[in-house]
Design a protein around this ligand. Sequence first.
Ligand code: ADP
Ligand code: MG
Length: 691
Amino acid sequence: MSSLELDTPVQYVKGVGPHRSEQFAKSGVRTVEDLLLYFPRRFNLRRQVQPIGTLRGDEPAATVAGVIRETNYKAFGRKPYFECGLDDGSGWVVAKWFHGGYLTDRIKPDMHIAVSGKVSVYRETLQFINPRWEVIWDPAGTNLNADELLPVYPSCGPMPSGLISNIIKGILPETQRLFARWFDDEHLHRRDLPARPDAIAAMHRPEDHAAWTLAKHRLAYDEFILMQLGIAIQRMRAVSRPAYSLKVSGEIDRRIRARFPFSLTASQDRVVAEIVSDLGRSRPMNRLLQGDVGSGKTVVAIYAALVGVAHRKQAAIMAPTEILARQHYAKVEQYLSGSRVRIALLVGAQKKSEKDDILERLADGKIDIVVGTHALLSKKVRFRSLGVTIVDEQHKFGVRQRGGFRAKGYAPHCLVMTATPIPRTLALTVFGDLDVSVIDEMPPGRGETQTRCVDKSRMNEVFDFVRERLADGQQAYFVYPLVADAGNAKLSAAQTAHDELTDEVFADYTVGLIHGQMPTAEQQSAMSRFAAGEIRVLVASTVVEVGLDVPNANVMVVVNAERFGLAQLHQLRGRIGRGKDNAACILVADSKNPIAAERLRVLAETNDGFKIAEADLRLRGPGEFFGTRQHGMPELKIADLIEDYDLLQIARRDAFAIVQTDPDISAPEHQTLRAELLKAYGGRVGLVAEG
Ligand code: ADP
Ligand code: MG
C-alpha cells in the first residue's frame, strides 16, 4: 500500500473511499491533513448514554452525559435544593438534588458529568430528581480513565462519530512523522508547549484531561502565530516606508492649542503626546484612537492635522458619511475661523465644477486641510504633499480602507478614530497592526446618563415620562430598528412610528423623522431643525448613531432594543447626556425573551464602553462584532480570542520578534512557517514565492 502524505486526498485513506470522501468534503475535509485536524468536539462516556434530545419525560431509568452549563443553589425555602443544567449538544436537561448544598463545591460549570435516574417534567422542563451522578471530565483536575472516553466528532453528513473516530485512529500512528516542525525545541520548551504532532494526536486520543488541555493550547498557539505573523508583516510593511518627520516645537504646540476655546483634558493631553511622538519620526504613524462618543477625539484629530499644516504639509480627514463629513468640516471651520489655514470639503454630492476646482487646488498644494467622505480615495484626488490622514469610524466603511490615500513618495502619518470601544482582544487582532491610544475621560461639565430597561407592555408609561420631560423644555429621540418588509427591501420602522407619534402620542409637539433612506438633504434639514429646537421629538433609525450633537436632547427611547447590538446601543446612548443635565435612556424590549433582556441589563449596569464591548464580543463572536466579516484573517478553530487572551499576547510577541529578524519569513528555519502562512492567507499577506 502506498504511504500517505499530508496532501493525499482523503478518499485514499483506509475506510473512506469515493462516497465518504464526498461527505467529508462537505465539512471541508479534503486531504489527510484536513482529516487529522478534524478534532472531536468533546468526549463522552463509552458506556450506554442516551442523547438528551431523545428524552421524553417519562423514562423510569435513563443515563445521559453532558457538560454543565450552570448551577444554582436555593438555600432558602422549605426544601432547599441544588440544580444544574446539563447540555450534550442534542438538548438540555435539569438535574436537581434536594438538600444538595454539599454539591455546590463538587459540581461546577464546564465539568462533564453523567447522571442516571428517573426523568420527569416540571413546568415544561425535563428533570432528573436526585439522580446518581459521576464526573466524566473535570477541567479542574480529576479525570476518568482515558479508556472510558469516547471522542465525539462533529457530524459529517450521515457518517456517525464512531466511524470517523475509527478512520482517524487508523492513520494516526503512521502520519505522525509527516508534520514538519514549526519551532525548535528550545522555543517550545520555554513556552511549555508540546510538539505539534503530539498535540494533534492528543486532540484525538488524550491520555487524560491535562494532555488534551495542553494539546489545545499548542494548536491555539499555532493559530495565533499565523494570525499575528500576518499582522506583523503588514505592520512592518506599513511603517517601513519613509514619512515626513513633523516635529512639534513649543511654539507650534502653543499656537495649535490657542485654537481651542478650552484646555484639553488629561486624557487628550496624553494622547496628543503619543501622537506628537509618532509624528516626529521619519516613519509613518499607524495609530488607532479610541474614545467614547463625545470624549473629544475630533479635537485631537484636528491637532494632528494642524501639526502637518505647521510643516506646510496637507492633511485629510475622512468620515464614513456625508453628514459626518459636513459636521467635521463645520468643526474645523469653527476652530480655524480667522486663521490662514485653507480648508475644503469634498463629498460625492458636489457639483462637478466645484469638485474639479478642489481637486486642482489639492494637487497644487493650495488646500491645507480637506475633509470628506471616501470620495477622497478616488483616483482623481492627488495631493501636493500629504502629511497626515485621519480616518473616522473606519469600520463603518465596510472594508478597511487605510493606505487608500494616493500619496506620492512619502507615506502620510495615519490616525484611525473610533467611538466603538474595541475590546482588548480585537485591538490585538483586527486592529493588531496599529498602536492604540485611548481617551478615557469626558470633558468636564457633563450630566449623568441613567439607563432603564422596560417591557414593551409599559409603552404608555414611557410616553408619559417623555411628555413630562418635553413639558420641561427638553427634547427626545425615539430610535427604531430597521425592519424588512414583505418585498425584502429594508424599510425603516421609524417611518410607521412617526405617523403614530405625530397624530396621537405627541400631538402637541413637532415630531421629526430621520432615517437612512431619506435623501441626504432631508436628513440634514431634520437634524438642523432638531438642533435648533424646532423639532422636539426626533423619530430616527440608527443614522443618529454617530454625529448628532444636541445638548438639549436628553431623553432617548430605543424601541425593540433587543434587535440592536450592545455596542451599537451604547453608541446610540452617546447621543444624550451631552449637556449639563442628567439624561435618561429607556430601552424598550420584549422581556418574554429572557436572553435578550439579560443582554440589555449590561447597559443599565454600566456606562463603561469597554465592558460593554467585551460583553458584546462574548455574545456575538469576533466575526460579527462590526457587523461584517471583514479583513480576511485566517479562521480560528481551536483558539478562543477571549479565553486564550494570555496566549494571544505570547504568540503576538513571538510573531513580532520573528518578523523583526526575518521580515519576509524567508530564513531556512522559517520555511515551515512560511508555507503555513501562505496556506492560511493565500496571497493576502503579500509574501511572494521567492524560493
Ligand atoms: P468625539 O469626536 O470624541 O465624539 P468631539 O471632539 O466632537 O468628540 O467633542 C465633543 C464635544 O466636546 C465637542 O462639542 C467639543 O467641543 C467638546 N470638547 C472636546 N474637548 C473638550 C475639552 N477638553 N473641554 C471641553 N469641551 C471639550
Ligand atoms: Mg466625533
